[in-house]
Design a protein around this ligand. Structure first.
Ligand SMILES: [Zn+2]
Length: 497
């Protein structure tokens, strides 16, 4: 009998068996790496005004988002996620209903969510699921319909009333208004989420929506945060009242612009730290044991890439592209990236699927649910956006896998494509008018055709959804109106002579 070789005695496994074991381990690892199809808790963070390219998981070089990056490591980051518009009110309606801006139609100041439209919270509450929301900006107030379906909807905006029943008034109305003006609402949001977590039922499913305002201008992070990004600024420029401040222009000194961006990044980092604190609080109450956490934004922010500041002016990528991370905090470190084109309208149907709710009338949730599993999403691979200005002027945008088209209010159409797209859409590969389409490239013809088809589909869905007119409007109070004026969203009221 031949004695076993030294390698076999030492535990050596013959090559075919080793390969078989490796294959089995790989299959087991893949299975383990798949996120669960249903969860007990869905937490949806919306970080107002956070542009995608200032997030570490999406390639930003400065340490703005360690917590979001860590969530991305336990989930999937969508590298090409788009909002449905470039301002707060309609974008959040899309996020919470699964409907494009042109479909839900809440696109002008004073409009409110129609009764024919259902939010995630309404669907969850109807199924007996615990629902809670915390908001911190003027356009998220219940007067716009956002409170519908939430058992508690806590107000950190410093405007209106807070009837959330989550305990003591935060710091008093005047102080709250001052802090909101100065963009300091993160502590309130964390406190309100913690209060809810302490009092929420221990059993059953939960949907928690958290709106964080402080990345929105003005950019005034707490001491220490701007220094992370710009420690040696010695300028004297006043960066307050960003939107109305005449010193903040495309002609401002590059060093001042760099500091403005550092202030923005400081707000992002502070908000990222707040998210870390909120997640720690939720974890401490055992609420993340079987949970999915979604982090996204309603729109981006422009810093003169196309001549302007803030948002709500264009549908260019700096305001339209948003971060979108879907994470299982207690799950495997799958760390996936998906390059499919996804939209804020994919959030609501995906949340419904994870919570076991019926959201089929607004979508399957496939792009996010399948993307998280590492599968290619079923259905479309594009996004539609719309920006209404007044009652007759509007911009449309369509984003596909290979190209993007924007039809501007003046009738000009910009088409973006390779090699700039999707890395950057600053320079169109083609600019044309409708009358030029018969002489346009195949890329432009395809992109404009896709835009037209999606707009026509959206208009038909809107017609079926809103059979009656006029549209429901929100009665906003004087303080909200003044706040929206100070942010540049509403024209300042004429002072009577
Ligand atoms: Zn916003």
């Amino acid at each position: 009998m031949t004695p076993p070789s030294r390698r076999a005695r030492a535990g050596h496994v013959p090559r075919p068996i080793a390969l078989l074991i490796a294959c089995c381990l790989a299959i087991a690892a893949c299975r383990k790496a798949a996120p669960p199809d249903s969860v007990d808790t869905v937490v949806l963070f919306s970080i107002d005004s956070l542009r995608a390219d200032h997030v570490g998981a999406l390639g930003y070089g400065s340490p703005t988002t360690p917590s979001i990056d860590s969530l991305a490591a336990r989930g999937v980051v969508f590298t090409r996620a788009y909002s449905t518009t470039s301002w707060t009110l309609p974008a959040h309606v899309s996020m919470l209903t699964g409907l494009d801006a042109e479909v839900h139609g809440v696109e002008r100041d004073g409009f409110t969510i129609p009764a024919t439209v259902r939010t995630i919270a309404e669907r969850a509450q109807a199924a007996g699921i615990e629902t809670a929301g915390v908001f911190s900006g003027p356009y998220l107030q219940p007067v716009y319909g956002f409170g519908r379906g939430f058992r508690t909807y806590a107000n950190c905006s410093g405007l209106g009333s807070d009837d959330s029943g989550l305990g003591r008034d935060w710091v008093g109305r005047e102080e709250a208004q001052r802090r909101t003006r100065e963009s300091v609402t993160n502590p309130c949001v964390r406190e309100r989420v913690a209060a809810w977590a302490r009092s929420a039922p221990r059993d059953g499913k939960r949907f928690l929506f958290v709106h964080l305002w402080d990345v929105h201008y003005d950019y005034a992070p707490p001491p220490g945060y701007v220094e992370i990004f710009d420690a040696d600024y010695g300028g004297t420029t006043d960066f307050s009242e960003v939107f109305l401040n005449p010193a903040i222009t495309p002609e401002m000194h590059p060093r001042d612009l760099r500091h403005l961006l550092a202030l923005y990044d400081g707000e992002i980092r502070w908000t990222d730290d707040t998210i870390a604190g909120i997640l720690a609080d939720l974890d401490g109450q055992g609420m993340l044991r079987n949970a999915v956490v979604v982090v996204t934004s309603d729109h981006g922010e422009e810093f003169f890439e196309h001549g302007g500041k803030g948002h709500r002016r264009t549908l260019q990528d700096e305001v339209l592209r948003v971060p979108l991370v879907v994470s299982w905090p207690g799950g495997p470190a799958i760390g996936r990236r998906s390059d499919e084109v996804v939209s804020l309208v994919d959030v609501a149907p995906a949340a419904c699927r994870w919570l076991g709710l019926d959201g089929a009338d607004v979508g399957t949730g496939g792009p996010l649910v399948d993307g998280a599993r590492g599968d290619r999403g079923r259905g479309r691979d594009d996004a539609l956006a719309h920006l209404a200005q007044g009652f007759t002027v509007e911009d449309h945008a369509w984003v596909g896998h290979r190209s993007k088209a924007i039809e501007h209010r003046d009738g000009t159409i910009e088409v973006f494509g390779p090699p700039e797209f999707p890395a950057s859409d600053r320079k169109p590969v083609e600019t044309l008018a409708r009358g030029d389409l018969d002489r346009a490239s195949e890329l432009a013809t395809h992109s404009v055709g896709a835009l037209d088809a999606r707009v026509a589909e959206a208009k038909e869905r809107a017609r079926l959804l809103h059979p009656s007119s006029p549209r429901p409007t929100a009665a906003i109070d004087d303080a909200t109106r003044q706040r929206l004026e100070s942010l540049g969203y509403l024209p300042r009221a004429e002072t009577p002579p």
